[in-house]
Design a protein around this ligand. Structure first.
Ligand code: TTP
Ligand code: MG
Length: 605
């Protein structure tokens, strides 16, 4: 086995192992059912030979291993016994088959269940960088289509493999008992079958991988289409998108058809070879039956065995296919599971239970992973506990990037960020993030009630606290107008709320969390200046106890901050209080003048 296949195999095995008892029961049931199945031709042969013996008047002993004897019995009774034996075998066979399937199919479902849980758990640990590099559709395809292929490998494939193997062994035993040369003739095509199947497996494997890649592509496209439906509609891009999707879909069907072609040729060849085996058995076995070296019943039994083994032999091909697909799928799932969570606790992590919120940046520089240009260069700043820092600067200056470094959504490339004098890398990640309330520039809401969105991440919360948080962000008035108040369900991503309502829901969420460090990243951009003032007024008592960072475009928002920095191309270009900055008559002063003018113009309007 190739090393990557071995590792995929071990990976799947690590999941199956947990259910070893079920595997054991399942395999025992399969061995039993396959054995029972191979007895059927023995009984049929007995029926035929018995009837023939009666016709010819020859003596014939029914070989039912001592259970019954045909001697001195009327044909009616013998046939009745044989009939009952067949029925009994069929009943036992059915029960054993049902049990084996119940056991083994349930294992495959358990494996799928465990794997999906592990998959999601791992993805939750991954950083933003990982999700920028891996498309949602691709990650979804791995969770559905690939884990599905692994499930088929663990359930149906184990069933098929073990029943084929066991049936083969038992059938071989009975066949050899009938006639050794005939058995060899019947099995002569086997090496060819194995060779053909083996030679096509690599091709099938490659084709299957290409199909999976295309499924990922297709899912990504569909997913982007649905989430961007409003943009698509407003730019009248429906036709284009339909066409683009159709092209991806065409490629998908092309790849599927090439796999089907390889598959069906393989199938046809196998059927042909099995047919040859059957012809050989009839040709040689027929002559043996005529010259009396085997009985007629035995010839019929032999033909039954060839038929019985035919399907499993072909299924070896299908099985190898499932096997290859499963291994390829396991490799794809492993790729994700093996991707290291780059931002996590390390051995340097200290035991801490709380932080007070004294924040410091020491010569921090930052480059987005995989890019060359520094987004932040040599940033040093300090926000003592309970103070308010404001960041302004043109769009693209690096404001969002800067605040994202604080809860470790990204790591600085150089320099250090300290909270309470310790490097944030040594603070337990969960504690760090729990103590920071970040209102993102683009609010993300879940398709849940407003109350649940505000209380997101807080396990125990009460209605009053949620209400107060909604009041602080001036959302309360809006909520009172909604049909179900706080319990109103908002559509996917908050589609039924206005931009400002979404922002204020996000602010309430951060306020309810009662964080040590509150970060508002342009969180008031979608509300009017009046509401903004109201929100700031309501937040003032909350902010005065906490370290606050406000990113804003409007100077009105940040006028009363303790310290203001002006970012330009990732560098602190100016800093000081509102008054100091105005006196400098630099970038900040220009911004201020421009905004004052705009306000005046609006008033004239
Ligand atoms: P931001 O930090 O997002 O800029 P900003 O927050 O100051 O801008 P705005 O006022 O519009 O919110 O981006 C700074 C630069 O970083 C920008 O040139 C884009 C780049 N960038 C990346 O290279 N990769 C990323 O994942 C992101 C988010 C930004
Ligand atoms: Mg930004």
């Amino acid at each position: 086995m190739k090393p990557e296949n071995r590792s995929a195999f071990n990976f799947i095995n690590s999941y199956i192992k947990r259910y070893w008892l079920l595997v054991l029961f399942g395999i025992v049931a399969i061995i039993f059912s396959s054995f029972i199945q191979t007895i059927i031709p023995v009984i049929t042969a007995a029926v035929i030979d018995y009837i023939r013996a009666i016709h010819t008047g020859a003596e014939y002993k029914v070989p039912l291993y001592g259970f019954i004897t045909a001697e001195n019995q009327s044909p009616k009774i013998v046939l009745l016994w044989l009939g009952l034996a067949l029925t009994g075998v069929a009943v036992v066979l059915a029960v054993a088959r049902i049990l084996s399937r119940i056991y083994l199919i349930s294992i495959s479902r358990h494996v799928e269940y465990d794997m999906l849980n592990d998959y999601l758990r791992h993805l939750q640990k991954m950083s933003q960088h990982f999700f920028q590099q891996n498309k949602t559709g691709d990650l979804m395809a791995r969770a559905t289509s690939d884990i599905g292929a692994i499930r088929r490998l663990t359930g149906p494939a184990i069933i098929q493999f073990s029943s084929t193997l066991v049936m083969f062994i038992f059938a071989l035993y009975f066949m050899l008992r009938i006639s050794i040369p005939l058995t060899f003739i019947a099995l002569a095509p086997l090496p060819f079958i194995v060779f053909i199947v083996y030679s096509r497996v690599g091709k099938i494997h490659a084709l299957f991988n290409r199909i999976q890649e295309q499924i990922s592509q297709l899912t990504s496209r569909a997913q982007e289409n649905f989430s961007g439906i409003r943009v698509i509609k407003s730019y009248v891009r429906e036709k284009f998108e339909i066409e683009a999707f159709k092209e991806e879909n065409d490629e998908y069907i092309r790849r599927n058809i090439s796999l089907a072609r390889v598959d069906s040729f393989l199938h046809a060849w196998l059927e042909f070879l099995l047919g040859l085996g059957l012809i050989a058995v009839i040709w040689l076995g027929g002559r043996q039956a005529i010259d009396g070296s085997i009985t007629l019943g035995e010839l019929v039994a032999m033909i039954s065995y060839v038929g019985m083994l035919g399907w499993p032999m072909i299924s070896v091909g299908i099985l190898l296919n499932i096997w290859q697909r499963g291994l390829a799928a396991a490799q794809r799932v492993q790729e994700v599971l093996n991707a290291p969570a780059d931002i996590r606790d390390s051995e340097m992590t200290r035991a801490m239970s709380d932080i007070s919120g004294d924040l410091e940046f020491k010569n921090v520089s930052f480059v987005y992973p995989g890019t060359a240009k520094a987004v932040l260069t040599n940033i040093s700043l300090r926000v003592p506990r309970g103070k308010k820092l404001a960041i302004v600067g043109a769009t693209g200056a690096g404001k969002t990037s800067l605040v994202h470094l604080i809860p470790r959504l990204y790591e600085p490339t150089e320099g250090q960020i300290l909270i309470d004098g310790v490097d944030i890398k040594t603070i337990p990640l969960q504690l760090l993030r729990r103590c920071i309330g970040l209102v993102q520039q683009e609010s993300f809401l879940f398709s849940d009630s407003i109350a649940d969105n505000i209380a997101f991440g807080i396990i125990e919360h009460d209605e009053d606290a949620i209400s107060r948080a909604a009041e602080a962000s001036q959302l309360k008035l809006d909520i009172d107008q909604f049909p179900d108040g706080l319990e109103t369900i908002i559509g996917e991503r908050g589609i039924t709320l206005s931009g400002g309502q979404k922002q204020r829901t996000s602010i309430s969420r951060a306020v309810l969390k009662s964080p040590r460090i509150l970060i508002l990243d342009d969180a008031l951009s979608a509300v009017d200046t009046y509401t903004e003032e109201e929100i700031l007024r309501a937040l003032r008592p909350i902010m005065c106890e906490r370290t606050t960072i406000i990113v804003a475009h409007r100077i009105s928002t940040i006028r009363d901050a303790d310290h203001i920095i002006v970012l330009q191309d990732g560098v602190i270009a100016e800093e000081g209080t509102h008054q100091q900055l105005l006196e400098k008559k630099g970038i900040y002063f220009d911004m201020h003048e421009r905004q004052k003018l705009e306000e005046k113009l609006l008033e004239i309007d």
